[in-house]
Design a protein around this ligand. Structure first.
Ligand code: ZN
Length: 394
């Protein structure tokens, strides 16, 4: 198997993303086999194929915990979702995946497609048929009848139906389960402040998923729904726009992760071309969402990165904006980098496998222009991406 030494001015090594000056990462096949200052590595490693990235900084490949690959950010989400057919959905998802990869995103968790196409894409990506990130796919999001996202989801009412819906997703090959615990911004006729799937339904979803070794992500905007989902035992709270002390304490006590997706409302805020009900609800959640993030940060909740890419004006290549938004609201650059790499891997349950530059981990890397600890905006300036040991240059 070919050995490649990748040289960069800064290499963020290990789970703590420790900056190594004049660093070197040695890759064999799809694995990292050594990392350290270039002076410390054996001559043998440096004698093989060497790629010198000059003054770039090398980070673990980014992880986006919340995407919808079958949507491209068009403003009229409802009609796009209603009209799209399965073939178009698949082709669009292939394009979205390529855009994410070019932005340094080497792993995505897809939280719901109308036709569950991300499951097939996951296979195509792992077999090397398409250039795409590693994909964790939820299949179809599970909502109550007429609930948020019903036009792309799997409607399910009562524990019996829910058990079946989770099993249907698992049968399709889902890696995780997505449940809709509250109303949402992009569906007409539902309110962001309302709870949706009931606690007894969520409990069954979590039990079925955990039985199969899969994690559960809950779309949860409203406070009551966030708490229903946490009591039911979900693993990640998505959006969490109306957190309070009690909700954050529950997250901490139960070990749940918070995936704020700050980018989702921010992408739409103040822009034209959106349906009036979307504008109204974006304005409604915008400030509360940011305050919720600050509260979770202050109280020490576990936070990881997702953008909800695919929603209006929220492109698959715009991943780095989320890190910038987190730092604007008080998170350190170092922590924001971890939220998008090592912590996101932890939220997926595969810490050590991806999200860090450590011997033994998968060779998923992103080279950026500048020092992201000094300027988080450097994460937008992607120079090269290595996914499962294969390099592409921006
Ligand atoms: Zn979403």
């Amino acid at each position: 198997m070919s050995v490649t030494a990748i040289l960069a001015r800064l290499v963020f090594g290990g789970p703590e993303l420790r900056p190594i000056r004049n660093g070197c990462v040695v890759v064999e096949g799809d694995r990292i086999v050594a990392v350290g200052p270039r002076s410390s590595l054996a001559k043998r490693a440096l004698d093989g194929n060497t790629i010198d990235l000059g003054d770039a900084a090398l980070l673990p490949g980014f992880i986006n915990l919340h995407v919808h690959l079958d949507f491209d950010g068009s403003p009229d989400f409802l009609n796009a979702a209603k009209l799209i057919d399965e073939q178009t959905s698949t082709l669009l998802a292939v394009d979205s995946a390529a855009r994410a990869l070019a932005a340094g995103v080497t792993t995505v968790r897809d939280l719901g497609n109308k036709y569950a196409v991300a499951i097939a894409l996951r296979e195509a990506s792992s077999k090397g048929w398409i250039r795409a990130p590693r994909i964790f796919a939820a299949g179809k999001a599970i909502c109550m009848t007429g609930g948020h996202g019903w036009f792309i989801g799997l409607e399910s009412d009562g524990p019996h139906d829910m058990r079946k819906a989770v099993r249907q997703n698992l049968k399709l090959g889902a890696d995780c389960i997505k449940v809709i615990a509250t109303g949402g911004v992009l569906s007409p006729g539902v309110e962001v402040g309302s709870a949706q799937l009931d606690e007894d339904e969520l409990v069954v979803a979590v039990r079925e998923a955990h039985k199969a070794g899969r994690r559960v992500a809950a779309h949860a905007i409203a406070n009551v729904g966030i708490k229903n989902a946490l009591r039911a035992g979900v693993d990640t709270i998505e959006h969490g726009c109306y957190l309070d002390d009690e909700a954050v304490d529950m997250m901490k006590k139960r070990g749940a992760w918070y995936v704020p997706t700050l980018r989702a409302p921010q992408a739409m805020y103040g822009l034209e071309g959106l349906a009036p009900y979307v504008v109204r609800k974006v304005n409604q959640v915008y400030d509360a969402h940011r305050e919720s993030f600050k509260l979770a940060l202050k109280k020490g909740a576990k936070i990881a990165t997702g953008t909800d890419a695919g929603t209006p004006f929220n492109a698959h290549g715009d991943y780095a904006i989320e890190m910038r938004l987190m730092t604007e609201l008080g998170m350190s650059a170092e922590r924001a980098l971890r939220a998008g790499t090592v912590d996101a891997a932890d939220a997926l349950g595969i810490k050590g496998e991806i999200g860090e530059i450590t011997a033994g981990a998968c060779a998923d890397l992103v080279a950026v222009d500048g020092d992201p600890l000094r300027d988080i905006g450097a994460t937008r300036r992607v120079r090269a991406v290595v996914a499962r040991g294969r390099m592409s240059t921006a």
